[in-house]
Write a protein that binds this ligand. Structure first.
Ligand code: AMP
Ligand code: MG
Length: 341
């Protein structure tokens, strides 16, 4: 019997806190709601306290890094010109600012006010060009100053940071690392479009990560056999609303303040570094396939990726050539076959 590929989960805003803890044979799993998404942890031989510790790791990060929780480290900074933050928030923000430079602004963690204005999963507001134009100049992390005592000074008084494009991948990596430190060899955490795995599923050599078909999200376009990695997916199909026949999604082009007009429908980034996998998935989506491929070839970052393009083609970076297993039955939006090239 072959292991079934894990389906990368759609970001589903749930109204209830999902909690479940089960232990079948020696494989334990735990599901809960955090970071605005459904989270599930499965670990071979984990105790209830191991699973609770992994869950605590995710919720503690949410408490620190959330843009919308008033008491978070990030919110304190967002409501002042400068603030001293925790070591971890300081390190993550400084990494995010560097990544903004390295991606030529495609990933920009200073985009918080634009994200809040559109509120894609909440009030679903269609802003006017004037409203966007008024927020755009200060919606950047460029110019953030990091000083001693973990002091972060914002580039503009009203800049609002949002770590939504990198915190989940980071949290997934940290939670799996915590389980490994507790002696667990085989584990998986799935956190709204981000999956971290270590070891292998019981009785099998490797994990198989299924990549959702963005055109038919209850099917997959194929899978990648892998282990000790984090996979992060960014896709226009994840969170969006439609107004007058136009789809407005949650991944913004920091240069315009509008949902990114990309030739990528979804991109899955594989890296051992969860922060990088998550941040890059967003950045690659915004920059489009040609620039994404150029960034891969530059070799600055260690990652691989699977792209589903808006023209109905699927392509992978060199490191996944011969590794990614394409599902020949995968369909494009018009019902024709997706083409793997
Ligand atoms: P992801 O699903 O990882 O691509 O992250 C999308 C989330 O990151 C959005 O819901 C926003 O909170 C935030 N975001 C959107 N566009 C960007 C961007 N260009 N750079 C950084 N963060 C962004
Ligand atoms: Mg991301």
């Amino acid at each position: 019997m072959k292991p079934k590929p894990l389906l990368l989960l759609l970001l589903l805003p749930a109204a209830v806190l999902l909690t479940a803890c089960s232990r079948t044979d020696e494989y334990a799993s735990y599901a809960f709601y955090a970071m605005d998404t459904y989270v599930s942890v499965s670990a071979d031989g984990a105790s209830a306290s191991d699973l609770a510790a992994a869950a605590d790791c995710v919720t503690a990060l949410e408490d620190r890094l959330s843009r919308t929780k008033e008491s978070s480290d990030l919110s304190l900074l967002n409501s002042a010109p400068s603030a001293a933050v925790s070591d971890e928030t300081f390190a993550l923000l400084s990494r995010a600012v560097t990544l903004c430079e390295q991606t030529h602004g495609a990933f920009d963690t200073g985009i918080g006010r634009i994200v809040g204005l559109w509120d894609i999963t909440g009030k679903r507001y269609l802003p006017t060009p004037e409203e966007i134009g008024a927020l755009l100049p200060s919606s950047t992390c460029n110019g953030t100053v990091f000083s001693g005592g973990n002091l972060v000074t914002k580039p503009f008084f009203d800049t609002v940071y949002d770590l939504g494009a990198c915190a989940k991948g980071y949290a997934a990596e940290k939670a799996v690392a915590l389980l490994k430190n507790r002696g667990i060899r085989n584990a998986m955490i799935s956190l709204g479009g981000n999956i971290a795995v270590t070891g292998h599923p019981k009785g099998f050599d490797t994990w198989r990560i299924g990549i959702k078909n963005p055109y038919f999200p209850d099917t997959i376009i194929g899978y990648v056999p892998c282990t000790d990695t984090v996979v992060s997916v960014s896709g226009a199909y994840e969170r969006f609303f439609i107004r007058d026949g136009v789809r407005y999604h949650h991944i913004f082009d920091p240069a315009t303040g509008y949902p990114a007009q990309s030739d990528i429908e979804s991109v899955a980034v594989f890296s051992e570094d969860g922060f990088l996998a998550d941040a890059l998935s967003t950045a690659l989506f915004v920059m489009g396939y040609e620039k994404a491929n150029a960034l891969y070839r530059e070799g600055t970052f260690a990652f691989d990726a699977v792209f589903v393009l808006t023209d109905g083609t699927v392509c992978v970076t060199d490191g996944l050539d011969g590794v990614f297993v394409f599902d020949q039955t995968a369909r494009f939006s018009d019902g024709t076959a997706l083409v793997y090239r």
